[in-house]
Design a protein around this ligand. Structure first.
Ligand code: ZN
Length: 689
């Protein structure tokens, strides 16, 4: 999600319509409907009993599931998360397709619910999309064509940003990390077409080939839009050259993980001095931004580099670049030729997905992204019980208690730092299910015959909301995930943990099933998010969300040594012959997985597990906690998708989200009676939390 600069999520589920839709498949519902759920909640069918859990716990917990669930052609990956997401999508689809019956106030055909249904209907109407051709972006393309010199750029860029085309840089509101109760403006690097700067800079054969294919898709879209072939060729190469220059100046993902590297508060005059060729005042005025006393310029070197790209002689290159991004961002809601070409490169080549997902699934995704709380309200009414909320709150309390005693007993922390850590822990706000106040979408105009226009107006609404925050106090009630989302997050700048209704369902949680499995799965998610407050990034924020060092120097050093152990452990994991997990990129998530699973186990043993030692399905309570965690990660995915994930995603490959944490835990070794030399027993186990 882009809305928060800082939100540490449980997984990264790409939800962009068409482009990288990792959303659910029609085969999925049937498959999950067949799976046999034992009384414990463990999926017995998912196990692979041929392998010793001490040799490869992921294979033991998931091998059966992996064998029975081959990847559908319209998926780049498919796992237990996607199974659940598919079930949520079926509910959302029904809501969207049946809304409209009752037009009375509050009825299914009134207000936001009708708006969401109209939005979905327009997205589904391929005939109208085909007939409209390039009309919905015609005036933008014409405006780009007309600009003559750099003075024209600020107004045009502000206009494109308002419609969600992230060219050249990103401008918006962020929490002031020096004073986390308030919000300031921020300027950050953005605007590449490939997934990461490394895709432009790496020189291996695969990277070179990907860039050739990237140039080919740009060329194809330009030609389909009416450019002569030779011109389109030259323009596509120009796009690659300007994006390569941008990429070269960008801060890489690992350096970006240190929030201090993104903190450069400036006045607008100081920002202007970095890039005299681009008028920031003109841009701010065109964007209708509030006054900007302070701007956080995340990457000053990037702004300097932009300046050298914005020159009179580069205008044709810039125009090609802007045209490409307008086409790229709109392609999935343009005629089929554009949508297919985008899919072919961004989903098939980059992620290995063979076929586009069915249209309904893409349009549910699109509606969830643009009008998420309109749709989410109806979803919550149908799916989220007060019992689920009460159970989750209980687990949160138990896990906070476990964290409290974990901090208390940490042998490597001084009393002074422990005290500060406990103050932060007490300040963590937990939010379950859905927002207290629903967003009001009444100002967005939605029609049943203008899919792209609807999207643009929804994005414009988001943009207005975002810019209005500059100079205002932080709205602590706001969520950055929609209620049906199968995910969770921690915001370090707000110090809150958030669990949308969408994830508080099987396989994560089921009312009445064995508590060991609920704690291993849902409790593990809660522990994961709570641990983010104390991972290598989170620990740099205080309980109020300020970027403030509350560690003694020696405790900070001890922390970094422990974190380095985790980073080195995961860097050793291979996801493909020539691709490894990046231990520094994934450090925060791996720390959260390790801490989360341990806290879930401790909380279970101190809570419901204290009264329960009997076996279910042949497994002890401790074993069931570990299996509850492991079985949410069962997944098949394509090598292309795994490589993309390793390059860009702060989360490790699923297999290591299971085997990484358990192999660090003496509790696991004991629970499964593993020999000291077993692969799931690390001789030098890492532990932060
Ligand atoms: Zn996370």
């Amino acid at each position: 999600m882009r809305r928060h600069l800082f939100a540490f999520t449980f997984v990264s589920l790409p939800l962009a319509l068409g482009l990288s839709a990792a959303t659910a498949g029609s085969h999925a519902a049937a498959q999950s409907g067949r799976s046999v759920s034992a009384p414990s909640g463990i999926e017995i069918d998912a196990l692979d009993r041929k392998i010793d859990p001490c040799t490869d716990f992921y294979q033991f917990a998931c091998g059966g599931w992996v064998a029975k669930n081959p990847l559908p052609a319209d998926r780049r990956s498919y796992g237990r998360f996607t199974e659940l997401q598919e079930r949520n999508f079926v509910v959302l689809r029904r809501i969207l397709e049946t809304s409209g019956d009752d037009p009375s106030p509050g009825g299914s055909g009134s207000g936001d619910r009708k708006k969401a249904a109209d939005f979905y209907a327009a997205c589904m109407d391929e005939g109208k999309i085909e007939a409209a051709g390039l009309t919905p972006i015609g005036s933008d393309l014409a405006t780009i064509d007309e600009i003559l010199n750099p003075d024209d750029l600020p107004v045009l860029i502000a206009h494109l940003h308002a419609y969600g085309v992230p060219v050249l840089f990103r401008f918006g509101a962020q929490t002031d990390l020096q004073d986390a109760a308030n919000q300031i403006a921020s300027v950050d690097q953005a605007g590449l077409g490939l997934p990461d700067r490394d895709y432009y800079l790496k020189t291996d054969a695969r990277s070179v080939e990907l860039r050739e294919k990237y140039v080919a898709v740009i060329q194809k879209q330009f030609t389909t839009a009416g450019e002569p072939t030779e011109q389109a060729n030259a323009d596509a190469k120009a796009v690659l050259s300007i994006e390569t220059a941008m990429a070269t100046a960008m801060l890489d993902r690992v350096k970006r993980r240190d929030p201090a590297n993104r903190e450069h508060h400036m006045t607008i005059n100081e920002l202007q001095a970095l890039s005299p060729n681009f008028s920031w005042r003109k841009y701010a005025m065109a964007a209708e931004a509030p006054p900007l006393p302070t701007i956080n310029v995340a990457v000053p070197d990037y702004v300097r580099a932009l300046n050298s790209l914005i020159t009179v002689s580069a205008m044709n290159v810039l125009k090609a670049y802007l045209r490409w991004h307008v086409l790229r961002e709109s392609a999935d809601l343009l005629p089929k030729a554009f949508a297919d070409a985008n899919f072919d490169f961004f989903s098939r080549t980059l992620e290995g997905q063979q076929e586009p997902p069915p249209r309904w699934r893409r349009c549910v995704t699109e509606t969830d992204q643009r009008l998420g709380e309109a749709l989410g309200k109806a979803f919550v009414e149908e799916t989220f019980s007060p019992k689920a909320k009460a159970d989750t709150l209980q687990m949160v309390q138990d896990i906070k208690n476990a964290m409290r005693s974990d901090i208390d007993s940490a042998p490597w922390m001084s009393g002074e730092t422990k005290k500060a850590a406990l103050v932060k822990l007490e300040a963590v706000v937990d939010r379950i299910g859905y927002p207290d106040e629903w967003r009001d979408y009444s100002s967005i105009r939605v029609t049943r015959d203008d899919a792209l226009g609807n999207r643009q107006r929804a994005l414009q609404f988001d943009r207005k909301r975002n810019l209005a925050k500059i100079g205002q106090p932080v709205d602590r009630g706001e969520w950055s995930m929609t209620p049906p989302t199968v995910n969770a997050y921690y915001s370090p700048d707000r110090n809150n943990i958030n669990f949308p209704a969408g994830i508080l369902q099987p396989p994560f949680y089921r009312s009445g099933r064995d508590a060991a499995v609920n704690y291993g799965a849902a409790g593990g998610v809660i522990g994961h998010e709570l641990t983010h407050g104390f991972d290598d990034q989170g620990r740099k924020f205080d309980g109020q969300g300020n970027l403030r060092d509350w560690w003694t120097a020696s405790d900070g050093k001890a922390y970094e040594e422990r974190a380095t152990c985790v980073a080195d452990q995961y860097s050793g994991y291979a996801v493909d012959a020539d691709t490894h997990v990046n231990g520094r990129l994934t450090l925060g998530e791996n720390t959260a997985d390790n801490g989360g699973l341990r806290l879930a186990l401790l909380a279970y043993l101190a809570g419901p597990g204290a009264k329960n030692s009997s076996k279910i399905d042949g497994f002890t309570p401790e074993q069931r906690v570990f299996l509850g965690w492991a079985q949410v990660w069962c997944e098949n995915s394509r090598p292309e998708a795994e490589r993309l994930k390793a390059a860009t995603n702060p989360h490790s490959a699923n297999k290591y989200r299971v085997n990484g944490p358990v192999s660090n835990m003496p509790e696991f070794q004991k629970a499964f009676s593993c020999k000291a030399n077993a692969p799931m027993v690390r001789t030098s186990a890492c532990r932060v939390w």
